[in-house]
Design a binder for this molecule. Structure first.
Ligand code: PRP
Ligand code: URA
Length: 209
């Protein structure tokens, strides 16, 4: 699938294995999620435009390149997407951060919106939507609907664990969105959880269960 970018790297595999493990504590889980987000951000910024600049080294002047992160919006889907924000901000410290609150109804698995605050002028920003889990794809498809209603055009989605069902839903709903993921897991179970997955990302991130 041409809009899918899989981060195939031994360090990612290593950290992902630790993230999945049910023996990983909440503190380590948070650290691993941030670290994996850095790898995703590294790959997802590969095609970002750079501006040429002049840089003075202690020895001489040379040409260099800078990314203007002022023109970037990072939009985590609450709650679990919050665990990825700091990782992305390490690379893009001047980015604006918006929030979209969605939870899945346990019966229907459909997303229910409870919050939305997006940066002003989002129509002119490059948008990075982040959520560690792409399961049915309903949550991210809805989040991107909301973001597009505000006029945003250049949107990327970064997810640590995805599955074929979610990739299909998102690609059909928003074929223009590039998807970056560390792994495509096997399938969803009947309750909408990814297998092998890591369980409930929000609960593991915040220790709520
Ligand atoms: C999780 C996850 C995604 C969503 C993915 O959030 O963080 O947002 O499920 O599932 P989907 O692809 O089937 O829509 P959840 O609804 O559990 O809310 P939480 O982050 O507040 O725990
Ligand atoms: N949300 C999660 O947190 N985990 C899953 O496996 C699916 C949706």
């Amino acid at each position: 699938m041409s809009n899918l970018h899989l981060i195939d790297h031994p360090l990612v595999k290593h950290k992902l294995t630790l993230l999945r493990s049910k023996f990983t504590d909440v503190h380590t889980f948070r650290e691993l999620m941030q670290e994996l987000s850095l790898f995703l951000a590294y790959e997802a910024t590969r095609t970002m435009p750079c501006e040429e600049t002049i840089c003075e080294t202690p020895m001489t002047k040379t040409s260099g390149y800078l990314i203007s992160s002022k023109l970037i919006a990072i939009i985590p889907i609450l709650r679990a997407g919050l665990g990825m924000v700091e990782g992305l901000l390490k690379f893009m410290p001047m980015a604006k951060v918006g929030h979209i609150g969605l939870f899945r109804d346990h019966e229907t698995l459909k997303p229910v919106q409870y919050y939305c605050k997006l940066p002003e002028g989002i129509a002119n920003l490059e948008v990075f939507v982040i959520d560690p889990m792409l399961a049915t794809g309903g949550s991210v498809a809805k989040a991107i609907d909301i973001i597009k209603q505000q006029g945003a055009k250049k949107i990327r989605f970064l997810s640590i664990i995805s599955c074929p069902e979610g990739i299909k839903t998102l690609s059909e709903a928003h074929p223009d969105v590039e998807i970056y993921t560390c792994v495509v897991d096997d399938h969803l179970n009947k309750d909408g959880y990814i297998l092998p997955g890591l369980g409930d990302a929000g609960d593991r991130l915040y220790g709520t269960k």
